[in-house]
Design a protein around this ligand. Structure first.
Ligand SMILES: NC(=O)c1ccc[n+]([C@@H]2O[C@H](COP(=O)([O-])OP(=O)(O)OC[C@H]3O[C@@H](n4cnc5c(N)ncnc54)[C@H](O)[C@@H]3O)[C@@H](O)[C@H]2O)c1
Length: 417
């Protein structure tokens, strides 16, 4: 007997499968990637997510997680959760190919009693499309015979096990019974279940990310404006936020990651303000170029210069490089013919040791605010390896010196004050 199947054992699906198993459900995990399945079967998490390695070992010992590479096997459970990737095409349109493929594999094996819960992030209208597809192809009465709901994932990477039991679980079911079926499944986690319509669930998820993406675009634009005006962005941010009771502005940085970078396109597909969110994206996407231009203004031609990039992940202390702007930054530096070295202690991609990347660098960019790159001790170690003439670029203010662009010697003088 299988209680629930999870299709797509990625950063969302695998922690979810483990969490269901941890609550006592018998889980079938389905993925098409043989390497991923082999790693899980061997008891090794294929990526970092706080607490999940120990959980995988516990769940494996309890024998409550089975694995398969066939989507059709998912129908062994009455409840099927889809956690497949949903990228966007460059056409400003959701790419549903993985979901369509999974639906086609499920079509012949679905039967009355099955519930399909879409956990992936999807464009408005997708849940109704999936329900319509099943109704059209198999004649099911959705919400009565077969159930379809959207229960979006809103957990931040690194916080899955903490937030699965606390974040309100939004559920948008199609027809009469779908919301209740999906709500019952997710109620094992103990977080409040909030029932709504499918399209409202879809919008709530996408706009959760749009809000974050736009929130970070503002300080990023301010950082670029400050450079034009010869102003210090961190001082302006402090002036805005200090003892001001009506909200505050966030800090600048390389804002990216697979979710933030694409989810706004699901809204732009049919926007009433076409271009507004594209402008937000353009601001965030232009930060690497802004940094490279700022470096060139200070150092001139980069073709004989060594640049050290610290951090390849898109997020602090994460091993996730998907859609990280560090790679764009490196590509842009390479197009200036700079010799680029990179160091990241978290990601699986091979990078140079800290000392090798920094020794003799003319410019150092803190591209990810990993804890290893934060605070005065990190600044001291960097300056020691580069020497006083190196330009230190720190849009996050990770080093705490309050300067986006400054020479190591200037920073040493500032910290000695
Ligand atoms: N990563 C996050 O932090 C996060 C947060 C919230 C929402 N989301 C959303 O959740 C969804 C999943 O994201 P993710 O980061 O887990 O993606 P992912 O790419 O890490 O995982 C997708 C998994 O599905 C597998 N897969 C692809 N096609 C398949 C098929 N046809 N059959 C079986 N397996 C297949 C892949 O091998 C991969 O393991 C996306 O819609 C994403 O936008 C992600």
């Amino acid at each position: 007997m299988t209680d629930v199947s999870i299709i797509g054992l990625g950063r969302v699906g695998l922690p979810l499968a483990l969490s269901f198993a941890d609550r006592g459900l018998r889980v079938l995990g389905v993925d098409k990637d043989p390497e991923r399945l082999a790693a899980i079967a061997a008891g090794t998490m294929p990526f970092k997510e706080t607490g999940t390695q120990a959980l995988l070992e516990r769940v494996a010992a309890g024998g409550r997680l089975e694995l398969s590479d066939r989507v059709a096997d998912a129908a062994r459970a009455q409840d099927v959760v889809i956690t497949l990737g949903t990228p966007s095409f460059s056409h400003i349109e959701i790419d549903m190919r993985d979901i369509r493929q999974a639906l086609d594999a499920l079509l012949p094996v679905l039967a009355p009693g099955h519930a399909l819960v879409l956990r992936s992030t999807i464009a408005p209208g997708t849940t109704d499309f999936v329900a319509g597809y099943l109704a059209k192809r198999r004649g099911f009465r959705i919400g009565d015979e077969v159930f379809v709901a959207h229960a979006p994932e809103r957990i931040a990477e690194g916080r899955f096990l903490e937030e699965i039991g606390t974040l309100p679980c939004i559920v948008g079911g199609v027809g009469e019974g779908s919301g209740e079926r999906a709500g019952r499944l997710f109620s094992v986690f103990g977080a409040p279940i909030v029932q709504t319509t499918p399209v409202q669930a879809e919008l709530a998820k996408i706009w959760t990310n749009i809000l974050r993406y736009a929130t970070f675009a503002l300080p990023n634009l301010l950082m670029m404006d400050c450079e034009q005006h010869g102003a210090n962005v961190f001082e302006v941010i402090d002036l805005i936020n200090r003892d001001y009771p009506r909200g505050g502005i966030a800090m600048p940085g390389l804002t990216a990651g697979t979710c933030l970078r694409k989810d706004f396109t699901f809204s732009e597909e049919r926007s009433n303000a076409p271009g507004m969110l594209l402008a937000v994206s353009r601001v965030n996407e232009s930060v690497p170029l802004f940094l490279v231009e700022g470096i060139k203004r200070r150092l001139g031609d980069l073709s004989e210069r060594k640049a050290a990039v610290l951090g390849l992940a898109f997020k602090r202390n994460s091993d996730d490089e998907r859609d990280s702007l560090s790679h764009k930054l490196i590509r842009l530096l390479e197009r200036e013919l700079a010799d680029v070295a990179a160091h990241d202690p978290h990601v699986p991609s091979p990078t140079q040791p800290f000392e090798d990347a920094l020794r003799g660098a003319d410019v150092v960019v803190v591209a990810t605010n990993h804890e290893e790159f934060c605070g005065p001790e990190a600044l001291r170690r960097i300056s020691e390896l580069t020497g006083p003439d190196a330009l230190i670029v720190d849009p996050w203010n990770a080093l705490g010196s309050g300067q986006v662009f400054a020479y190591a010697a200037e920073l040493a003088a500032l910290s000695a004050r």
